[in-house]
Design a binder for this molecule. Structure first.
Ligand code: PGA
Length: 246
């Protein structure tokens, strides 16, 4: 198994000044991370340049919160892979449940975004996950499988991260149990068909549940929302420790 990927998604939080302050507090706490992991932050587009400068030379990487499938054009509010890469961005989140819900993004569009990202040299972080009612109705596996299969069509799984984010666990404080998260991440791994694909768990990940999540055999990373806004808490997440026996 390759390196784990610990990602923070700031969503619509953090001005440039706040991003700068975050970096000053965060960097000393992640100065000697173990070499088995990558850590990245996905700030709002406006804070990318500032954060890239603040993190330069630290090894902490930057992700975009989305990416368009076209190189340029009349797409108000969107951003291209080249625009992100100009600032050293290495990853792009696609298919997060928020744009799926608020902007009605489809699996087909998400796949186009992921393909464009990969072709440009960005690692797509493809988010998948079921809603509360889909889980209640026994639909979770079918929904996730469809999102995975359509999302990864035409992609190289070696240059991909898949994030399992049950919608009912996002921002709610309700973490999916570690064993169930691991089971679904294992299924995702088998549907991708590449044993070494990085599969993250996301949904109310915090400093106090990170060690248990990262001890699971099929979870090799996390996508963190709310808890990535606090430099001390996110540094603890980045410094997760898995007991030797796990
Ligand atoms: P949360 O968000 O950690 O605040 O639950 C996770 C996400 O949306 O990626």
């Amino acid at each position: 198994m390759g390196k784990s990927v610990i990602a923070g998604n700031w969503k619509m939080h953090m001005t440039c000044a706040e991003a700068q302050a975050f970096a000053s507090a965060f960097l000393p706490l992640v100065a000697s991370l173990p070499s088995d992991r990558e850590v990245l932050l996905a700030p709002p587009f406006t804070a990318i340049a500032t954060l890239a400068q603040a993190l330069a030379g630290s090894g902490i990487q930057i992700g975009g919160q989305n990416v368009h499938w076209d190189r340029s054009g009349a797409y108000t509010g969107m951003i291209s892979a080249a625009m992100l890469q100009e600032h050293g961005v290495t990853h792009a989140i696609v298919g997060h449940s928020e744009p799926r819900k608020y902007y009605s993004e489809t699996d087909e569009q998400i796949n186009l975004r992921a393909r464009t990202a990969q072709k440009a040299g960005l690692i797509p972080i493809l988010c998948v996950g079921e809603s509360d009612s889909q889980r209640e109705g026994g639909e979770a596996e079918r929904v996730i499988r469809r999102q995975v299969e359509q999302g990864i069509d035409g992609l190289d799984p070696a240059l991909l991260v898949v994030a399992y984010e049950p919608i009912w666990a996002i921002g709610t404080g309700k973490t999916c149990g570690a064993a169930e998260a691991n089971r679904i991440c294992g299924l995702i791994r088998s549907w991708v068909g590449y044993a070494d694909v990085v599969v993250q768990y996301g949904g109310s990940v915090k400093a106090d549940n990170i060690d248990l999540l990262m001890a699971q055999s099929d979870i090799n990373g996390v996508l963190v929302g709310g808890a990535s806004l606090d430099p001390v808490g996110f540094a603890r997440i980045a410094n997760y420790q898995v007991p030797e026996s796990a």
